[in-house]
Write a new protein. Structure first.
Length: 261
């Protein structure tokens, strides 16, 4: 899965890790519809490939993860219109991917760019990162999930302080609020994102997917109801080779050889 077929993104595979880079640095990796459709296609392929276990999302250059929607392209009617069913960046309305996704935020993450990061499972940020949902300042609204994900993540009052003002916050404040899980130097960002991916890959990929599916699937349910829910991913885990390999490796005092099946 190389980058040659894409114009606005780059993709790379290293072992079981898939990296997608938004590649429009001349506009701070702002996305127009064509770029979102490319991202949707690439994430579809990642989701469908049994050999790819973990995804990393990042932006080209050191200035921006993504400045969000390319308003100039929108105003000019450049290229195709609309966005994929899976949302802005092919991810903000995607609910079918239970593989873990890490956002490596290397600068500005504003508007839709912030919403892409919020759609990931873990955010690792450069100490130069800036986050915000400034849509109200230009007569728009954070319709790519920001208005709903942020209150769930950091609480209603903390979220309203950002949503109603459109203000920006730095990486340190985002970390304090629980948005960012690690802050690192810009030159170490990609290595740290890969380190997180490596740490996740030490776990059974099917266990990880079952965990993500159950954690997110039960999030809006009462605890008793959530505990009683049945998830396909959990059933897949119980019937897998990896379900037998884990205890066997532990008993034999060796590293598990996960197969993802």
């Amino acid at each position: 899965m190389g980058s040659d077929s894409y114009e606005f993104i780059r993709t790379e595979v290293s072992g079981h890790v898939f990296t997608l880079t938004m590649n429009r640095p001349e506009v701070m990796n702002a996305l127009h519809p064509a770029a979102s459709f490319e991202m949707a296609d690439a994430i579809d392929k990642f989701n469908d490939d049994p050999e790819l276990w973990i995804g990393i999302l990042t932006g080209a250059g050191d200035r921006a993860f993504s400045a969000g929607n390319d308003l100039k392209a929108t105003a000019s009617g450049e290229g195709q219109s609309g966005f994929p069913d899976t949302g802005f960046g092919g991810i903000t309305h995607r609910f079918d991917c239970n593989k873990p996704i890490i956002a490596a935020v290397n600068g500005v993450a504003l508007g839709g760019g912030f919403e892409i990061a919020l759609a990931a499972d873990i955010i690792v940020a450069s100490d130069t990162a800036v986050f915000g949902l400034p849509e109200p300042k230009v007569g728009l609204a954070a319709l790519a999930g920001g208005m709903h994900r942020l209150p769930r993540l950091i609480g209603v009052k903390n979220a309203m302080a950002l949503l109603l003002t459109g203000k920006h916050i730095d990486a340190r404040e985002a970390h304090r609020l629980g948005i960012v899980q690690e802050i690192t130097k810009p030159e170490d960002l990609q290595a740290r994102a890969k380190a997180w991916a490596e740490e996740i890959s030490e776990c059974s990929p099917l266990s990880v997917r079952a965990t993500k599916a159950a954690a997110l699937g039960g999030l809006d349910r009462p605890l008793e109801e959530a505990l009683g829910m049945n998830f396909r991913e959990v059933a897949d885990l119980f019937s897998s080779e990896d379900f037998r390999e884990g205890p066997r490796a532990f008993a034999e005092k060796r590293k598990p050889q996960w197969k993802g099946r």
